[in-house]
Each structure stands twice: as structure tokens, then as C-alpha cells.
Write a protein that binds this ligand. Structure first.
Ligand code: PBG
Length: 331
């Protein structure tokens, strides 16, 4: 349809008053679109600010429960958990990931007993547990082994599910692990435990502050380019998503966020499934640095950024700005 020409058509008419802009908004952002990532540390009553992420702290399990209540009260439906495993518990094989009393499981159980209304998403990957900082098991040459890692990830996922995790989110990028985890969850009766696959996860320079938060930056030998995706590729992201869905993923994630909005849009157009984005640590840090430098205003930067994910086709966004955004959206 060719629109009637100016002046019959004046696109500024619908923009002329706030009520009209509200009425014509094509995309809506609410607290219900947000997933809040939280970092867990040992102890009681502990809060450790993460230097690379101003405004973000690691909390001991009691603090995680308090954050869960905050999420509930602000209408944030889900939190995502990441442990800062004590360094003396990190090993070559990352076996602390299988300990039913590890930080992750303690936090899951505490949240599910004290704030059951909030969904708990758990990261499956070995990097917070390995002495070399990789997401999987490495051979003598330092190569991350696929199938051997996948077996451990299945154990890690079952451990988290047994503790009460609602959504298992494998972030390791091994081939075949979604199918292996789904099969094991079914076999153990966890039929309603969801899988949100980090399907298109890129080998990105935007993860630096996260690695500080989980204490793996200094440990990491080399990079993750033999398992995470090349930022040059988009077709391959669609291939990854197709496989994870075929293996039983309930939803898929694209990560990082803003630099990959084209991938989000293409995934959404190709597949009729829920798509999530991870607005990652480096992206958060960039906004905070811009604000500190006087280059922008935090509230507006945050809301515009999160709206972009919705407009691109996301069902929701993992973001360290979740609480800030939810407060703004509550008016
Ligand atoms: C680890 C994992 C990473 C993130 C989430 N899970 C880092 C990595 O792959 O090195 C990054 C999140 C962020 O930067 O906020 N499997």
C-alpha cells in the first residue's frame, strides 16, 4: 500500500502528545520481561562489590534470598544464578559442579523455599569450577573436549534440577549437550524443568567483567574460540538454534545482546519459539562508564536499550540493570 502523500499523511500527528505516543507504541517493556543475574559467594551476610561492574555485588546465600524477594516485589519473574566458587574448590575436572551442597545448589534451595514465586534459572557450564577457567574438560593440549564435557554437564544439570532449578541454561556451547541433558531430565522425572539454551553464544570481548565476578578471568588459559561462535557468523547461529530446538530446548538465547540484534531478529523470524537475549556484563559496564563520563543519562540509556531487545523480537532479557529498569517501569 502506498500511503497518501503529505499533508494527508503527517507521521508527526500520532507523536504530538504523550497519550497518543502511548497508544501507538508498537512495543511494550515491563518488569515481566526481565531476568536478573545474581552472583553468589560464600559466607553469611556477605556483600562483595564487583569492581568491574559498578552497582553489582556478589551476595552470600542469605543476600541472594533477599534479592529474590526484591525481584518478586518488583514483578521480575526470574533470577539467574552464577557462583563465585572458592578457589580451593576449583579443579582440573570442575567436580565441585556436581556437589549437591555447592554454592549454586544452596542458593537454589534457599530461593525455592523462601521465594517460590520467583523462577530460578541456572547456568550449566564448568568455568566457575575449573582451575583453568574453561567451560569444559581440557586435554593435555588444552583443547576443550566435547563429549566428555557433555557427560559432566548432564551431571551438573541433574544436580541443579534436584536442588529445585526451574530453568537449566547450558552456556558452554558443546555439541549435543541439550539433547543429553533433556534425556537425563526426563529419565529422572524432571519433566517440567525447562531448558533455555545459550544457542547462539559468541566468543565475545564483552564478557570480561563477568569473569571477574565469578573469579575466572585470571585463571583462563587462552580463549574460548574453539567452542563459542565466531562473531562473523549469522547462518551458523540459525544452525545452532535449529539443533538446540531439535534436541529439546524450550527457549533459546542470543548472547551478547546489542551487538547481535540482527541475530535475534533472524532467529525470531525463522523459528516460532521464545527468544531471549543476554545483555552481558561488558554492555552493562559500557552504559555505567558512559554515565560516569557524563556522556549519557542512565535511566534513558537503560530503558532504550532494553526496549531494543523487545522490538527485535525478544520474549525477555537477562540484564544486570533489571532492578533499576523495574523501578523505572513501576513509575
Ligand atoms: C560462562 C558464562 C559466561 C557468561 C555467562 N555464562 C562467560 C563466558 O562464556 O566466558 C557471560 C555473562 C556476562 O558477561 O554477563 N559459561
Amino acid at each position: 500500500m502506498t500511503p497518501a502523500p503529505y499533508p494527508a499523511t503527517r507521521l508527526r500527528r500520532t507523536r504530538s502528545a504523550p497519550w497518543s505516543r502511548t497508544l501507538h507504541a508498537e512495543t511494550v517493556l515491563t518488569a515481566a520481561d526481565l531476568i536478573w543475574p545474581l552472583f553468589i559467594t560464600e559466607g553469611k551476610g556477605v556483600e562483595e562489590p564487583v569492581a568491574a561492574l559498578p552497582g553489582v555485588s556478589r551476595f552470600s546465600v542469605d543476600g541472594i534470598v533477599a534479592r529474590g524477594k526484591e525481584a518478586r516485589d518488583l514483578g521480575i519473574p526470574c533470577v539467574a544464578l552464577f557462583p563465585n566458587t572458592p578457589h580451593d574448590k576449583r579443579t582440573e575436572d570442575g567436580k565441585e559442579a556436581l556437589n549437591p551442597d555447592n554454592l549454586m545448589c544452596c542458593a537454589i534451595r534457599a530461593l525455592k523455599s523462601e521465594v517460590p514465586e520467583v523462577g530460578v534459572l541456572t547456568d550449566v557450564a564448568l568455568d566457575p569450577y575449573t582451575s583453568h577457567g574453561h567451560d569444559g574438560l581440557v586435554d593435555t593440549a588444552g583443547y576443550v573436549l566435547n563429549d566428555a564435557t557433555s557427560e559432566v554437564l548432564v551431571g551438573q544439570a541433574l544436580n541443579q534440577a534436584a536442588a529445585g532449578a526451574d530453568i537449566i541454561a547450558p552456556s558452554d556451547m558443546m555439541d549435543g549437550r541439550v539433547g543429553a541433558i533433556r534425556g537425563a531430565l526426563e529419565a529422572e522425572g524432571h519433566v517440567n524443568v525447562q531448558i533455555m539454551a545459550y544457542a547462539a553464544k559468541y566468543a565475545s570481548a564483552f564478557y570480561g567483567p563477568f569473569r571477574d565476578a565469578v573469579g575466572s578471568r585470571g585463571l583462563l588459559k587462552g580463549d574460548k574460540r574453539t567452542y563459542q561462535m565466531d562473531p562473523a557468523n549469522a547462518e551458523e547461529a540459525l544452525h545452532e538454534v535449529a539443533l538446540d530446538l531439535a534436541e529439546g530446548a524450550d527457549s533459546v538465547m542470543v548472547k551478547p545482546g546489542l551487538p547481535y540484534l540482527d541475530i535475534i531478529r533472524r532467529v525470531k523470524e525463522r523459528f516460532d519459539v521464545p527468544v531471549f537475549a543476554y545483555h552481558v556484563s561488558g554492555e552493562y559496564a559500557m552504559i555505567e562508564a558512559a554515565v560516569a563520563a557524563g556522556a549519557g543519562e542512565r535511566d534513558a540509556l537503560v530503558l532504550e536499550t532494553l526496549m531494543a531487545f523487545k522490538r527485535a523480537g525478544c520474549s525477555g532479557v537477562l540484564t544486570y540493570h533489571a532492578v533499576h529498569a523495574a523501578r523505572l517501569l513501576a513509575g
